[in-house]
Ligand binder design. Structure first.
Ligand SMILES: [Ca+2]
Length: 586
């Protein structure tokens, strides 16, 4: 060995780089030597060290061989190798020093939800795309075979696909409330679709309003200088009331305020900023259908994000498309792309319109939504905002059931999960959940930790550098977990309880703790009704109730569920309490 000391330094520096990067990743740091991070992510720590060691050995052998032929060149090469291997170590050391004050593997309780201290100086734009009744299995990137969703798949390929994403509720309005306020169904102001009568033949009465006391994501970001727009289906109050989006943190609104209004996708009018915008050419009486409301909303959204002055403030757009919620209505060109030989007509009834090609039409509604996602992404890119914009794609609840011509068996909208919209089994609340966050989310990664609709407000507030006190949310700032998605080493996933309740369907409560899922039905009749228990790790489709074998856990979950709630303001959406001290029989 001609240059022994140089080789020792070379090996030492090479392996140090890997170890320092690994330590930073363990601390939840995202600022790392990218080359070392990729090697660790792909091969784990031992594999990465072995790789680096082999590479070093190869260079040493090369130096030795060259030294025997041309001693001066060999010596220069050996010294150069030491210098080249030292530079990333110095850089990783600097990065580690920046993370020095942070604890290793932070527990969830130690992670305060706070304004991000590492936020880029430029506040990011935020686009939340919320589908309506889109089930977990209704994207091709999640296994859908009847149609493809290339634009949404492309978004997932650029970010994190959270495979255990949950909505805030199993129906429309409360899910929107959870998303906007960061509160789960035990604390949210709106916990059901509570219908209000129409004031006149031409006006919709909307749903129970979100109270003025609720603080929405729009309000929080508006105060921080964001320009905010809500485009799509609202369902949390109507014009002039306390639930009006214009007084709930949104500078602009375009779409349906009332959910019943959204049951027709070729309406006579839409609401624009509290006023009424007529849509000439649409007439439900004659089935004149020339202006498809979801297209108009997508155009509006693309225009909002695509035409920004260079010095314009950052923006929040919530694009809550009414697709693919029934009734079955889609533009003929989109339906034609999905024409099938086997597509039995739907006759209509129970307030639903008939449909000659129900399967093709439903597929067309989802692919139209996919096209809209593509248009919004395209507008962000052409407007120069893409690299500054966080995009979230999710749904307000799981896929719907056999109603209005929808065929749940044909589409397998829940991806094999039990249940559907209006119940708290996984099929009712598990939804697509994709986050693309430049500089944070590793492209094409997945995150298996359960994440929820009520995590979005604290996460997006943190992204914007806006303080959201822990006491004001049930959610988590997901950034550390999103940033570590796909890596073998990351922050420990939180062992927290997720809670849902729903007054419909006889009254239901559900809780997830780790892989355990507790489910209580018939609560309105009997608040102490038996609790079913499922082990989602072994039984994701909730086929087998194992409560009899885990009575102590069931009693604990009963107490935890009751502790997670406060009384709802609206009596119709409240549940009777139940006795937390009830001991479940062995
Ligand atoms: Ca819905």
């Amino acid at each position: 060995m001609l240059h022994e000391n140089a080789y020792i330094a070379f090996v030492f520096f090479s392996c140090c780089d890997i170890v320092l990067t690994w330590v930073i990743l363990r601390k939840g740091g995202t600022e790392v030597n990218p080359v070392a991070a990729v090697v660790i992510r792909d091969w784990g720590l031992p594999g990465a060290v072995a790789f680096k060691f082999s590479l070093t050995l190869f260079v040493i052998v090369l130096c030795e061989v060259i030294s025997r032929i041309r001693p001066r060149t060999g010596r220069t090469l050996a010294i150069a190798s030491v210098l080249v291997s030292a530079s990333p170590v110095i850089w990783s050391g600097v990065l580690l020093a920046r993370h020095a004050g942070e604890p290793s593997e932070p527990a969830v309780t130690q992670l305060p939800v706070r304004a991000s201290t590492t936020a880029a100086p430029l506040q990011p734009n935020i686009v939340v795309i919320l589908a309506d009744d889109l089930g977990w299995g209704e994207l091709s990137c999640q296994g859908q075979r009847r149609f493809a969703t290339p634009s949404i798949d492309a978004l997932a390929a650029e970010g994190v696909r959270c495979v255990q994403g949950y909505s805030g509720s199993t129906v429309c309005a409360p899910s929107r409330c959870a998303l906007l306020t960061g509160l789960h169904m035990g604390h949210a102001a709106v916990r059901d679709n509570i219908e209000r009568p129409n004031p006149s033949k031409d006006e919709f009465g909307g749903q129970a309003p979100m109270p003025a006391s609720a603080i929405t994501l729009g309000e929080r970001l508006q105060r921080a200088g964001y320009e905010t727009a809500f485009i799509g289906k609202w369902g949390l109050g109507t014009t002039g009331g306390e639930g009006d989006p214009l007084t709930q943190g949104f500078d602009r609104f375009y779409g349906y305020l009332c959910q019943r209004h959204a049951h027709n996708l070729y309406p006579t009018h839409l609401i624009r900023d509290g006023g009424r915008g007529e849509l000439a050419g649409n007439d439900p009486a004659t089935r004149a259908e020339s202006r498809y409301a979801p297209d108009l909303m997508a155009d509006e959204a693309a225009a909002f994000v695509g035409s920004r002055a260079p010095d314009a403030p950052p923006f929040l757009l919530v694009f809550a498309s009414p697709l693919p919620h029934l009734a079955l209505q889609a533009p003929p060109d989109e339906v034609a792309r999905h024409a099938l030989a086997d597509d039995p007509p739907y006759e209509g009834g129970k307030g639903y319109l008939p449909c000659t090609q129900p399967r093709a039409t439903y597929a067309a509604m989802v692919t139209r939504l996919d096209r809209h996602v593509g248009a919004i992404v395209g507008a962000l890119k052409s407007g120069g905002q893409w690299e500054r914009t966080i995009v979230v794609f999710t749904s307000d609840n799981g896929s719907t059931f056999a109603i209005g011509g929808y065929d749940p068996t044909w589409f397998d909208g829940t991806g094999g999960l039990r249940g559907h919209k209006t119940n708290l089994h996984e099929g009712g609340i598990r939804v697509p959940y994709i986050v693309r966050w430049p500089g944070v989310t590793p492209p094409g990664s997945t995150l298996s930790m359960p994440v929820t609709g009520w995590d979005l407000a604290p996460t997006l507030c943190a992204a914007a550098g806006v303080a959201m006190p822990v006491a004001e949310t049930d959610g988590l700032d997901l950034r550390p977990w999103l940033a570590a998605a796909g890596a073998p080493i990351g922050p420990t996933p939180p062992d927290r309880t997720l809670y849902w309740e729903f007054a419909g369907g006889g009254g239901q409560r559900a809780m997830r703790l780790g892989d355990w899922k507790a489910m209580q039905k018939g609560v309105r009749k009997d608040p102490d009704a038996p609790i079913e228990l499922f082990d989602l790790a072994k039984d994701p489709a909730e086929t087998t109730d194992v409560s009899a074998a885990h009575r102590e856990l069931v009693s604990e979950l009963r107490q935890r569920m009751i502790a997670q709630r406060m009384q709802a303001d609206e009596p119709a959406s409240d549940l009777p309490w139940g006795d937390p001290a009830r001991i479940d029989p062995r």
